[in-house]
Structures are given as C-alpha cells and as structure tokens.
Design a protein around this ligand. Structure first.
Ligand SMILES: [Zn+2]
Length: 157
C-alpha cells in the first residue's frame, strides 16, 4: 500500500528520554511511527478497533496520542520484555518455539502502555470523547490485552 500524505501534523515528535521520532497518520488505514530513523509503517489495527464510532477528529487525536504513546512508553515496554525473558529463562521455559508467544505478550503489554499514555495525556477529555456509553472495542481491547499479559503459559505449549 502506498502511503498518502500525512493528515496529522506535526509529524516530528520528541520523547521524554531524548529520542527524536516521527508519528504520521495516513488516511484511512496507514500509520507510521518510529524513532532514530527506524520507522514502522503499519495498519492501525488497534486504533481501528478502539476508535470505531468516534467522530473523525477524535479518532485522529486519540490515534496520534496512541502512536506517540508507543514511543513514549518504549523504555517501559522493553523493561517488561527483559523481565519476561528473564523469568521464562529462570523457569526453564525459554525456547525458540515460545518466542511468538512471548512476543504476543510483550506486544499486548506495549499496547496497554500506549493506551494508558493516551488517557494520561489528554486526561478527562478521554472519557468525554467516548461519552458515557460502553464502547465494545475498548472493552475487548482491555480484556484481551489484560488476559494475554496475565496468562503465564500459552494454551498449548
Ligand atoms: Zn498500538
């Protein structure tokens, strides 16, 4: 898929730990986020799920914060991965065939961190943008990521 022009500016961002990065939202299904010149173009699957039904401007604002949240929370995500790998190694459960499972857990944790960053970054506006109704995508996101992070073993090892 050929990216279109970025629709959310500015695209250059600075993380709290001093890294320069880039966040670009391309309409409708393409985001780019990265630091130190390592950009990761990707379809915004999580943002599509948890922003469904919101007005376009709210989707863009929240999606931008979410992508930036991934960059802002990267050190904590990597720390969690180190702990996860260390615990797996100590338990004698670190093997090549378990790496996809560990990657999934790491990614779920990083998604939770990124969305938590959004909530902290915009404060009470987060709840106001979603209104008082239950958002099924948001519920599915939090339940799914929490279960994935909390599970200690895959269903089948
Ligand atoms: Zn994400």
């Amino acid at each position: 898929m050929k990216p279109t022009k970025a629709i959310k500016n500015p695209t250059e961002v600075h993380t709290w730990y001093g890294a320069r990065g880039r966040v670009e939202l391309h309409d409708p299904l393409w985001h780019i986020a990265g630091i130190w010149g390592l950009d990761l173009p990707h379809p915004p699957l999580v943002n599509l799920l948890i922003r469904k039904g919101l007005p376009r401007e709210a989707k863009l604002e929240l999606s931008f914060h979410h992508e930036f949240g991934h960059l802002q929370m990267l050190p904590f995500s990597l720390l969690g991965t180190v702990v996860l790998l260390h615990r797996s190694w100590r338990a004698g459960r670190l093997s090549w065939n378990r790496l996809p499972w560990l990657w999934a857990k790491h990614h779920a944790f990083w998604e939770m961190l990124a969305e938590s960053y959004v909530m902290g970054a915009i404060g009470p506006r987060y709840k106001a943008l979603y209104g008082n109704r239950l958002h099924r995508g948001l519920l599915l996101f939090w339940l799914g990521t929490a279960i994935l992070v909390a599970l200690t073993r895959p269903i089948k090892d």
